[in-house]
Design a protein around this ligand. Structure first.
Ligand code: ADP
Length: 616
C-alpha cells in the first residue's frame, strides 16, 4: 500500500512538473505561437460579410506622380474635399500631416475646404520624445470637429493586431482617429468606465488598465473597403456619390511615401498602411465586432482541467479507455481556441495544447512503464512460485515418506522396544520439520499481509546471537566453518518480538553458512551507532553482484550462484527477514561482491537505554 501511495505521489508530481513546464513555455515561446495561431484563425474563419461603412480616399502612387509628390498634396486634397462636400460623407478623417506652413494661396484654399467639410477629424501624432503632441496648424485645427491620434503601431513588435484607442502626452489625451470618426458620425459622446468606452450604441471593451487597447477585426478579403484615389475623384467628380453617407478615411498609400506600413493577420507578408488600419478599426467599432481576450485565470483553469483529466484517465481507466479519452482531450485543446475565436473570444492556443500534450506524454509514458514493469514482476514471481511449489512438494515428500513408512512398520510388526522408540522419534522429528515448513509459509503470508502481531519485549542482543549460533553450530561444523563473534557491546538491549528477531538473525546466519565454501569464517557483530543498533553477519562466501543484491528480498528469488552451489533453498527466507526488520522500524543493508563474501546488517532503532535512565 505504502509503495503504491509513493508511486502515485511520484505520478502526480511528474504531471505537476509537466504542467509547470507548459506554463513556463507559455510565458516564453507561447506568445509567438499564440500570435501565429491568432493570425491563422483570422484567415481560417470567415465571418458573415457586411457592407463597409468606410471609404478610402487615397493618395496613391499615380496621384502623387500626377500632382508632384507628398509636398504638393494640399492643392489636390483641397480640390477633393470641395468635390466631396456635395456628396456629403457622414464624417471625414484626414490622416495627413498638416503641421507646416506652405504658400498662402494653397493653405487658404485648404482651410476653406476643411471648413466646408462636415464632421472633420484631423490627425495628430506624438513628437518622437512622446511628451507632446504635434498638431496641425492652428488655422486647420480650428476647422476640425476633433483631433484623433494616428498611431497604429502594434504593441507587439511584429504585427498590428490591436490599436490603442487613447494616447496621452502629459495631461493631453487624444482618442484614436477611428474612434473620433465614429463618435462624430453618430453625433455621440465618449463615456468612459474602467473596463470600456461607450459611444452611442456601442460599448467597446477596452480597459483602462490595458491602455484602452482594442483588437482590430480586420475586414476579410471578400468584404473590400472601397478605395478611390485623389486622381480618380478629381478626374471624375461624379465618383463623389460613392462617398455619400460614408465615413471617409483619407491618407497616403504610396508605398514609397509612407512609413507606417504594418503587417496584419491577413497580410501574409504584404503590409498595410496606417490609413487603412484606421479604416479597419473604424469597421470594427461600427460593426461591433470586438474580440476580447479570455481572462488568464480561465485559460489556466481550462489547461489545468485538461492536464488533470488526462492524469486521471491514465490512473483510473484501462489503457484503451485512457487513450481514447486523452485523444478527446487533445482534440478539445486544439479546437476550443478556434470555437471561441468564432465567438470573438481570444483564447490562448499554446497553454491548453501544450498542457494536454505534455500531460499525455507524461501520464501515458509513466503508466506504460509501470504496467510493463508490473507485468514483468508478476511474471517472474509466478515463475519462481512454480519452481518453489515443485521444490516444496519434493521437500515435503521426504518427511512424509519417512513418516508413512515408519508408521506402517510400527503397525505391521511387533518391534523391539528400542527400535519402536527410535522410529517414534523419527516420526516426531520429521513431522516437526513438516510443521516448520508450513509455519514458514504461513508466517510469510501473514507478515506481508500485516496480520502478524508484534510482541514488545526487551532482550539482549548478545543472548539472541548466542542462541542462534548454538543452533547453527552443527551446520557450520559440517563445513568446518568457524563462527566468530566480534566483541559485542555488553548490555546491548533490543526491543521487539524476540521470536521473530531470532528467526531473522538465524536466517542470515544460516545463509552465511550455506553460501560459503568449506573452511571459511563467519563473523558476527553488534554495535550501537547513532541511535541505532547494528547487527551484522559477515561471510567469505560466494557473494553477489549489485543487480542480484537488489532482488534477493523478492519472494522466491535465488541467485544463479546459489542455485549452482547445490544448497537447498526456497528464496523466501530473506523476504520474511526484511518484513520482520521493517515491522520493527529498521532496515537491512547488504554489501556483497561476487566471490568475495557478503555482509548483511540489520539496522534497528535502539530503545531508550535503561542503564542511562537509571542513573538519573
Ligand atoms: P534461500 O536461502 O532459501 O534461497 P533466502 O531468501 O534466504 O532464500 O535468500 C535468497 C537468495 O539470496 C539466496 O538464494 C541467495 O541467492 C542469496 N543470498 C542470501 N544470503 C546470501 C549470502 N550470505 N551470500 C550469498 N548469497 C546469499
Amino acid at each position: 500500500m505504502q509503495s503504491a501511495g509513493r508511486q502515485s505521489a511520484i505520478y502526480w508530481a511528474l504531471l505537476a512538473a509537466s504542467f509547470t513546464l507548459a506554463l513556463a513555455g507559455s510565458w516564453t515561446i507561447g506568445t509567438q505561437i499564440d500570435n501565429d495561431t491568432y493570425d491563422w484563425m483570422f484567415r481560417l474563419y470567415e465571418p458573415p460579410p457586411w457592407q463597409p461603412e468606410s471609404v478610402l480616399l487615397v493618395a496613391d502612387e499615380r496621384s502623387l506622380d500626377a500632382y508632384g509628390g507628398v509636398a504638393h498634396l494640399r492643392q489636390p486634397l483641397a480640390r477633393a474635399l470641395e468635390i466631396l462636400s456635395s456628396a456629403p460623407p457622414k464624417a471625414v478623417a484626414l490622416d495627413v500631416i498638416l503641421v507646416d506652413q506652405m504658400d498662402e494661396t494653397t493653405d487658404a484654399r485648404l482651410e476653406a475646404a476643411l471648413r466646408a467639410t462636415r464632421n472633420l477629424v484631423l490627425a495628430c501624432r506624438l513628437l518622437p520624445d512622446g511628451l507632446a503632441w504635434e498638431d496641425p496648424l492652428p488655422r486647420f485645427r480650428a476647422r476640425a470637429a476633433a483631433l484623433g491620434h494616428a498611431h497604429a503601431e502594434p504593441e507587439e513588435r511584429d504585427a498590428s493586431r490591436s490599436l490603442p484607442l487613447e494616447k496621452v502626452a502629459g495631461h493631453d489625451r487624444r482618442w484614436a482617429l477611428s474612434l473620433e470618426a465614429y463618435r462624430l458620425s453618430r453625433g455621440a459622446q465618449i463615456l468612459e468606465s474602467p473596463d470600456d468606452l461607450e459611444v452611442g450604441p456601442r460599448r467597446i471593451p477596452a480597459s483602462r488598465a490595458r491602455g484602452r487597447l482594442m483588437r482590430i477585426r480586420y475586414v476579410p478579403p471578400y468584404v473590400k473597403i472601397q478605395r478611390i484615389s485623389l486622381k480618380e475623384l478629381i478626374d471624375d467628380p461624379g465618383l463623389a456619390a460613392r462617398f455619400t453617407g460614408k465615413v471617409v478615411f483619407a491618407g497616403v498609400t504610396d508605398q514609397t511615401a509612407v512609413h507606417d506600413r504594418l503587417s496584419t493577420p491577413y497580410s501574409e507578408g504584404k503590409p498595410m498602411v496606417g490609413v487603412e488600419i484606421h479604416a479597419n478599426a473604424y469597421e470594427t467599432i461600427a460593426q461591433g465586432l470586438f474580440l476580447t481576450r479570455a481572462p488568464l485565470w480561465l485559460e489556466l483553469l481550462f489547461s489545468l482541467t485538461l492536464a488533470a483529466t488526462v492524469g486521471l484517465a491514465y490512473a483510473r481507466f484501462t489503457a484503451i479507455q485512457a487513450n481514447l479519452l486523452a485523444l478527446g482531450i487533445l482534440a478539445a485543446a486544439h479546437v476550443t481556441p478556434y470555437v471561441l475565436f468564432t465567438q470573438r473570444v481570444v483564447f490562448s492556443f499554446f497553454t491548453p495544447v501544450s498542457s494536454a500534450w505534455l500531460s499525455l506524454v507524461t501520464a501515458g509514458g509513466y503508466q506504460y512503464l509501470v504496467v510493463r514493469r508490473r507485468l514483468h514482476k508478476s511474471e517472474a514471481e509466478r515463475d519462481r512460485y512454480r519452481q518453489t511449489i515443485h521444490f516444496v512438494t519434493h521437500e515435503m515428500r521426504t518427511p512424509l515418506t519417512a513418516i508413512q513408512g515408519s508408521s506402517e512398520l510400527m503397525g505391521r510388526y511387533a518391534l523391539p522396544e528400542e527400535k519402536r522408540k527410535q522410529i517414534a522419534e523419527l516420526i516426531n522429528s520429521e513431522s516437526k520439520r513438516l510443521g516448520r515448513m508450513i509455519e514458514m509459509f504461513l508466517n510469510m503470508e501473514r507478515l506481508s499481509a500485516g496480520q502478524m502481531e508484534l510482541k514488545r519485549e526487551s532482550f539482549g542482543a548478545s543472548e539472541l546471537m548466542a542462541g542462534c549460533v548454538h543452533r547453527a553450530l552443527p551446520l557450520a561444523e559440517r563445513k568446518q566453518i568457524r563462527i566468530l563473534t566480534e566483541a559485542a557491546a555488553p548490555n546491548l538491549l533490543l526491543s521487539g518480538d524476540r521470536e521473530l528477531m531470532e528467526y531473522a538473525f538465524y536466517n542470515l546466519l544460516t545463509n552465511a553458512i550455506k553460501y560459503s565454501p568449506q573452511r571459511t569464517e563467519v563473523t558476527l557483530s553488534a554495535a550501537r551507532d547513532n541511535g541505532h543498533i547494528r547487527i551484522a553477519v559477515q561471510d567469505q562466501g560466494i557473494g553477489m553482484d549489485q543487480k542480484e543484491v537488489k532482488q534477493i528480498f523478492q519472494k522466491f528469488y535465488r541467485t544463479r550462484r546459489a542455485e549452482q552451489s547445490g544448497e537447498a533453498g526456497t528464496g523466501i527466507g530473506l523476504s520474511i527477514v526484511e518484513q520482520i526488520v521493517i515491522q520493527h522500524g529498521g532496515t537491512i543493508e547488504v554489501a556483497s561482491r561476487p566471490g568475495q563474501g557478503s555482509r548483511f546488517t540489520m539496522v534497528l532503532p535502539a530503545p531508550m537505554p535503561v542503564a542511562v535512565m537509571d542513573q538519573h
